[in-house]
Every structure is written in C-alpha cells, then in structure tokens.
Design a protein around this ligand. Structure first.
Ligand code: HEM
Length: 434
C-alpha cells in the first residue's frame, strides 16, 4: 500500500458526491467567486478529500473502489496515479507556463492542489457550478455534477523548461536525472505533441470525470498557463494490480504482463521512487515520467500473419505466454525468442535489471489523412532514473525491435514527478519552490 496513512483526516459520514456537494455549497458566495476561482472552499475541500478515504480505507483497496466508483485518497507520501490501480480512461495535458512571475506560479500550484483535492473526492471545484452570484461565472464548469468520483487521480509533473536559467530561479534545483531525451532512430517527433513546463495526468473510470478535471485546472490557470498539447486515452494497456486480467493493446496482445505491481513496495522503491540519497531532496518520494505518443499502423498489422505477430513480441496472442511456455506468467526464456522480439529486447535481463512502471493507454484520433485510423499507444512509464531505464531500453528497441515496422514515435515529453501532497496544508511542488 503506497500511501502514508498518517495524514488521514477521514470524516466517515461524508459522501463523495458531486451533486450533493454542489447543492450544499455555502451561500452567499465569497468575493472570490465574483473574481473567479482562487482557492475558495479550502477547508471544505480538505475535509472532503479526507472523507473520500473512508471509501477505500476499510477494506480491499482495489476491487471495491473500482466497483463503487469510489474515491482514491489524494494525500500520501507518493502522488496517486502511479502505483495505484490503473483506471479505464485518461486525459493527459501538458502546459506551457505563460506567467513570468514566480509568485503567480506558486499561487497556481496551490490553487491546483486545492481543486484537485476536491475533484478527487468527487466534489465540485470551489463553491460549485451553480447557486453562486448570478453576475459571476461559477467556480466549477458543471459537467461532472452527479457523477461518482470514478477513482479520479491527478498526477502533476514538472518539465525541464521550468528549471531554465533566469526563469523562476529554479536552475540550481533541477534534478540531474531530468535530462532531455536523446533523438532515437526512427523518431518522427512533432514538437506540437511534445514537451511542456507542467503536466497533469488525469485518470478515471469515467472519461467525463477525467476531462472535467483537466478542463477545470486549465480554467484555474487562465493567464498563467496555456495547454500545449493534450491526449485522451482509453483501454489501459498496463495493469498495476496483480491477479487482475491483463488488458490488451490495439495489436490485440496482452500488455502489462510483466509490469511493476502497485503492491510490490520493494520493486517500487528500487525502480520507481526517487530516494533521499538520489536527490534532489525536494523530489524524494517522487519519480520521473516519460510520455511518448506512438502511432500504430494497425491496418498493416491486421494483414500480418499470426506467426509473424507472435514472433514480433515473443509471446502468443491468446494466452500471452512467452515462446515455448504455456501460461502467461511463466518465466520467459529469452534465448528461445528471436533476437529482434520486443519482449527479449525490453526485458530487464537485457538491461542490467532496469525496470519501469508502465501505465499507458490506447488512443484513436480520427484518420491519418490516408484513409487509415490515426491510432496508437500513449506510452507512459514511471521510473527512478530515465538514464538507467527508458533511455537504454528505448535505444535498444529503436535499433532492433521487429515492432518498428508497425509503429512510429511521434510525440515525446519527460517530467519530474514531485512527491505526494501530505495534507491539507501541503501543495504540489511546495518543497521545490516555496
Ligand atoms: C506501440 C508500442 C508498444 C507496444 C504495442 C508494446 C507492447 C508490449 C507487449 C505486448 C509486451 C508483452 C507483455 C508485457 O509484459 O507487458 C510488452 C512488454 C514490454 N514493453 Fe512494450 N510495447 C510498446 C512500446 C514499448 C516502449 C516504447 C517501451 C520502453 C522503452 C516498452 C517496454 C516494455 C517492457 C519493459 C516490457 C516488459 C518486458 C518484460 O519484462 O518481459 N514497450 N510491450
């Protein structure tokens, strides 16, 4: 269980329900409501976030939360949305910071945190979507009213640009491991689909809840940040829940068979969480995220023989077993696979034990203009150091992977992921920038 329970401020009777919350919003609204949302409803939000914990604390944290559309605890040593169970839907957004004022950036991060606490608990932002002053726009946009929390998690990250010299005075605090990714063979990166000073990964079981969350954070950030690019995802392509059915990607193969489980604290400490000793101190308990938009030529794949498809991965299509093995989770024999097979090349044994926690989603975004679906995998991987994990693994995949005939990397970004928000007084990035 990755969360530190010491910050539990649970109010067991509280119901995480957006409609309930909106209807009971305090009236009359504060002056802040007149000026737009600026962090109002803080105390209410904190209690709400704590209240939501009750929904998942008392029992098994996996299945009941998923079935009931319940809330995932927002506070903890690590941000939710990494080791926590993978939800069905994604809305990911990268932002450029447009303000040059450090104090405005700090206020934005505080406001985002308070809003995220509320939304994760299933509550409307600030003082709600209606019932306030008729002369002012409401604090919340309203499309999530009446929807369950849907296990919404919001995970924030800081891109390399935030640490640029003469920008916010953070150059000295840039983590050594927050490197720009090298250009890999075969990359066809669109700058409009990559980079960003900040990112927010919103995952939920209901797509409207995820989209509502990003939309409201973008709204709160108006004049301070601008959306640089964003990505919707469906059909998770990895699981962090041992025992759960492994999801399948758009090539029809089980994806995430060999992933780091959210319950495997030893593996998380070794491969995902940045330690105090790694430094910098402000990032301890955090991680690094690599995001890659990868186009998949599904029409070409669909005309490829089953044997070729299975050779490409080194696993069979039905069970997901490695070559020569019977069951999905039987230990792979890498030497039995073709030297160009994806699993052989990506396996930790081929990279001095390097592992990452994959948490990607499938996407389809209309057509590619040539009569084919613009489809693919939005690859998301969390790791302790990209220089030991994503970079060497992708170098080897880019050079030799048989899969390259069917895929192309078209978008790329890297972010430092700060540790979790400890309690209602804490906020995203406090240790970095306060
Ligand atoms: C569209 C692109 C990709 C597809 C369709 C894909 C698909 C798969 C599939 C089907 C598996 C086997 C099941 C499993 O263990 O999850 C797998 C394993 C894996 N993939 Fe990918 N993958 C893609 C891109 C990448 C990239 C870019 C990386 C990292 C640079 C990566 C890293 C891994 C790793 C580490 C494993 C586990 C290997 C093991 O321990 O056995 N994959 N992938």
């Amino acid at each position: 269980m990755p969360f530190d329970d010491s910050t539990d401020d649970t109010t067991p009777d509280e119901k995480p329900d957006k409609e309930h919350d909106a209807k009971t919003a305090p009236t009359p609204p504060s002056r802040r409501a007149l000026l737009g949302w600026g962090g109002a409803g803080l105390a209410l939000g904190a209690a709400a976030a704590g209240g939501a914990m009750a929904a998942v604390r008392d029992g098994d944290t996996a299945a009941p939360a998923a079935e009931s559309g319940a809330a995932v605890p927002f506070h903890g040593r690590h941000q939710a949305g990494i080791a926590t169970d993978v939800q069905d839907r994604l809305h990911f957004a990268a932002f450029d910071v447009t303000t040059e004022d450090r104090a405005e950036l700090v206020q934005l991060l505080k406001d985002w945190t308070r809003a995220a606490e509320r939304m994760a608990a299933g509550h409307a932002v600030g003082e709600g979507a209606y019932g306030g002053l008729p002369e002012a726009p409401p604090d919340d946009t309203g499309e999530a009213l009446g929807l369950k929390p849907s296990r919404l998690t919001l995970t924030v990250g800081f891109g390399p640009g935030l640490f640029a010299k003469d920008r916010f005075g953070l150059a000295e605090r840039r983590p050594a491991a927050l490197v720009e990714l090298p250009k890999f063979p075969g990359d066809n990166l669109d700058p409009a689909r990559g980079g960003g000073d900040l990112c927010v990964q919103a995952c939920a079981d209901d797509p409207q809840v995820a989209v509502h969350a990003i939309r409201n954070l973008a709204r709160i950030g108006f004049g301070k940040v601008a959306v640089r690019w964003s990505q919707l995802g469906f059909g998770k392509t990895s699981s962090t829940t041992p025992g759960a059915q492994t999801p399948r990607n758009l090539f029809g193969f089980k994806d995430g068979t060999s992933n780091i489980a959210g319950t495997d604290t030893a593996a998380l400490d070794k491969h995902v969480w940045v330690s105090e000793a790694d430094g910098p101190g402000w990032l301890a308990g955090g991680s690094y995220l690599v995001a890659r938009r990868i186009s998949m030529r599904i029409e070409t794949w669909d005309r490829t023989s089953l044997q070729e498809q299975e050779d490409v991965f080194g696993r069979d299509k039905g069970e997901g077993a490695a070559v020569g093995k019977a069951r999905e989770h039987d230990k792979p024999n890498l030497k039995a696979m073709l030297p160009t097979s994806h699993v052989r090349l990506a396996h930790p044994d081929s990279h001095h034990g390097a592992r990452m926690l994959r948490r990607g989603y499938s996407f389809t975004d209309g057509t590619d203009g040539l009569g084919r679906l613009d489809a693919g995998l939005f690859f998301l991987a969390y790791q302790r150091d990209v220089r030991d994990a994503f970079i060497p693994v992708q170098r080897s995949l880019a050079r030799s992977d048989a899969l390259n005939e069917y895929i192309q990397h078209v978008g790329s970004a890297v972010f430092a992921i700060p540790p979790g928000v400890r309690d209602k007084d804490d906020w995203w990035g406090r240790a970095l920038i306060s």
